[in-house]
Every structure is written in structure tokens, then in C-alpha cells.
Write a protein that binds this ligand. Sequence first.
Ligand code: HEC
Ligand code: HEC
Length: 211
Amino acid sequence: MKSVSWWPLLAVLALVSGCSNLERSRDLANPAVAPAVTAVQVCSICHGIDGNSVSPNFPRLAAQPAGYLVAQLENFRSHQRSDPPGFEYMWGISHHLTDDQIKGLAEYFASQLAEPNAAVNPQQMAAGKAIFDNGVPEKEAAPCMACHGPKAQGLVSFPRLAGQHQDYLVKQLRVFQETEGRPGTPMKQITHLLSDQEIRAVAAYLQAFPR
Ligand code: HEC
Ligand code: HEC
């Protein structure tokens, strides 16, 4: 008799604790966890709660076009994007995310405001701006602006570059240039035409992109 009368209370307790767990869950393998919860509980640890990460080890995601974010999360999940920090950090994290969770996470970060980033290397700004606006005409390297937008704000599958950390940008430009870690983009051909100095200059300009 006693155990029968306890049953409804236990059921209610289980339900309530289930709810509050879902609202604070760090479980990346549970499709019931809402993307905004995952963004705040998990992604924020490295990328910042509003996507404006402080450390250059972690790319900024704020105001990044949702289409680009979806594509990158899918590429980590399918192991198509395989540069070392990509697989060390993002393969495990993306492994169990559903398509709906990926879409929701992309929308969460795309809708955050991008904070300005610190100026890095004032001597490189003019050279960086020239490459961004005009490319390197003598090498037939296309202007970055042509695809990434006049404010480096990105569009659909073209990433936002304005305010991104210089070190992260340099690292990715070398991934395109030297490896197959991010296949199937026009960036492979473009980075082949750029010197190390040109890569550093354009990345310095992009981190401190004028607003
Ligand atoms: C433990 C740290 C860590 C956590 C937690 C983390 N990330 Fe990342 N993320 C990284 C690192 C490091 C990179 C850069 C990988 C590279 O260099 O290829 C990255 C890259 C990315 C990129 C590619 C950005 C670009 O500009 O191409 C996206 C998108 C991303 N993460 C989304 C997320 C989402 C969404 C979550 C939460 C579900 C998350 N990350 C959680 C470390 C983390
Ligand atoms: C023809 C179009 C095109 C041009 C021109 C172009 N890009 Fe890109 N860029 C892309 C595309 C598309 C991607 C996304 C690649 C992917 O999905 O892996 C990209 C990705 C990048 C990334 C990776 C960003 C991240 O968050 O990981 C960087 C950095 C970058 N481009 C810098 C540049 C620079 C600097 C220039 C000028 C020297 C340039 N791009 C010119 C199309 C272009």
C-alpha cells in the first residue's frame, strides 16, 4: 500500500528534475536539449556566450552568417574539415548534433552582435587594406572583398572576417594553402598566390577592421 501512495510524487519529482536538467544540460547527445541551452552551457566555454571569444585559439562566431556556420558544423560532423584543432575540439562536439540542433546553434550565433577586436599591428594595416580591397593584381589574386563583402561581413556561405582574431585567420589561411584540411573552396587557389607577409598583413587588417 505504502509504495503505491508514493508513486505519483516520485513521478512528479522525476519530471521536474528532468525539466530543469534539460534547461541546464551539457549533454550533446540528447536531441531534446534546445540549441540556445547548448550554446550557453557548452559552446560559450570556448567561443564566449555571445560568440565574441577572447582567446585567438577560438574563432569568433558572433554575426557569422548562419549558412556558413551550418556548413562548418556539418563539415566537422562528417570529418570533411580536418585541420588539427578542428578535429581535436570540434569533431567530438559536433558528433551527435542533429540537423535541427545545428540549425538552431547557427541561428543563435548569427544573431549575436559582433564586438570590435583590438588593433594588432598598425604598420600592416595599409598593406592589409590594399589586399582586401584590390587583391594582389600582379599575381591575379582576387580581392577578398569580392566574396566576403565590402565590410567583411560575409554572406550566406562566405564567412564574416571582420573582427576575427588575426592568429586564427593566419592559421586558417595556412590550412587552405598547405593542407587538404578544408577542401572544396576557392580559398585553396587564392592562398597559393599569397606570401606569408601578405597573409599576416591582411589578417591584421581584418582583426581591426574599421567599422
Ligand atoms: C573546448 C573548446 C570548444 C568548444 C566547447 C566549442 N568549440 Fe567550436 N571551435 C573550437 C576550436 C579550437 C575551433 C577552431 C578549429 C579550427 O581551427 O579548425 C572551433 C571552431 C568552430 C567553428 C568554425 C568557425 C569558423 O570560423 O570557421 C564553429 C562554427 C564552431 N566551432 C561552433 C561551435 C559550437 C556551435 C559549439 C557548441 C556546440 C562549439 N563550437 C564548442 C573550440 C571549441
Ligand atoms: C571567390 C570567392 C572568395 C574570395 C575572392 C576570397 N574568399 Fe575567403 N572564403 C571563401 C569561401 C567560400 C570560404 C568558406 C570556405 C569553407 O567553407 O571552407 C572562405 C573562407 C575564408 C576564411 C576562413 C574563415 C574562417 O572563419 O575560418 C578566411 C580566413 C578567408 N576566406 C580569407 C580570405 C582572404 C584574406 C581573401 C583575400 C586575399 C579571401 N578570403 C578571398 C571565398 C572567397
